[in-house]
Design a protein around this ligand. Structure first.
Ligand SMILES: [Zn+2]
Length: 252
């Protein structure tokens, strides 16, 4: 159930039975030699739509560009500064809160968004609960949750089983597989050399490019396939639907 495909009356009647909404958030950044620039937004959006169907929940518009400063050494990457992303999240959440939405479940496709999202949630709480300024009525609390699509227990086990140490941490074998499952017409034939990219830490964009010249970190996305992507998608959706439902039911 996409917010963008509803009428305002349909949204009003949804709000009579639920105040929950799923918000996909991704990124637009390099994903190595065979990964799509849009990988993180594509995965987050498709999985969010699946979760929306499984949990009979509204799905909001995707935040398609995230915090990807460290990927800016590679052509096509785009980034929001952390402060810009926080401002966008705040405006998305507070505009929907105006109509009665109170539970915001962000399905995230990009590790680089995590710190900024946590900060954005506190910006929102500071404003909503009057930590600064006027205090809102008791009991009318607004909650935000971030769930990375690859993070569930079953997902961890699946990644270990399918890719082991070749999963990596950027341009991962599983995210490339999910895009290949969703968009088989975009599959790239590329040389992946060495098969498993080096791992490790980095600082800014220039340092990232120096350490990880083809953009990958620790991964071998040469092992990706649409069939593996289907398994990841089909494991992630029900696991996240459960987490979403538990989030809505949380009283304390
Ligand atoms: Zn990614």
């Amino acid at each position: 159930m996409l917010l963008q495909h509803q009428t305002w009356q349909e949204v009003e009647s949804y709000l009579m039975r639920s105040t929950g909404i799923i918000m996909p958030i991704g990124s637009t950044e390099q994903h190595g030699p065979n990964g799509l620039i849009g990988t993180d937004a594509i995965c987050a959006e498709a999985i969010a739509r699946g979760v929306g169907e499984a949990a009979d929940a509204m799905v909001g518009p995707t935040i398609g560009v995230g915090m990807a400063v460290h990927h800016m050494g590679f052509a096509g990457s785009m980034t929001l500064r952390p402060s810009t992303l926080m401002a966008i999240m705040r405006d998305y959440v507070l505009s929907l809160a105006r109509h009665g939405f109170r539970r915001f479940f962000f399905i995230n496709g990009h590790g680089g968004n995590i710190a900024t999202c946590s900060a954005a949630f506190y910006e929102i709480y500071a404003e909503w609960e009057g930590a600064i300024g006027t205090r809102r009525a008791e009991g009318d609390d607004l909650r935000c949750r971030l769930a990375n699509w690859w993070d569930g227990k079953a997902m961890g086990a699946l990644s270990k089983e399918v890719f082991g140490d070749d999963e990596g941490s950027h341009a991962t074998a599983s995210e490339v597989s999910v895009t290949q499952f969703l968009l088989p017409e975009t599959i790239k034939q590329a040389q992946i050399d060495p098969p498993r990219a080096p791992g490790g830490r980095f600082h800014g964009p220039a340092d990232y490019r120096r350490r990880f010249p083809d953009g990958r970190i620790g991964s071998n996305p040469g092992l990706a396939s649409p069939e593996k992507g289907r398994r990841f998608y089909e494991t992630s959706v029900p696991e996240l639907a459960k987490t979403y439902t538990a989030f809505l039911e949380e009283k304390v």
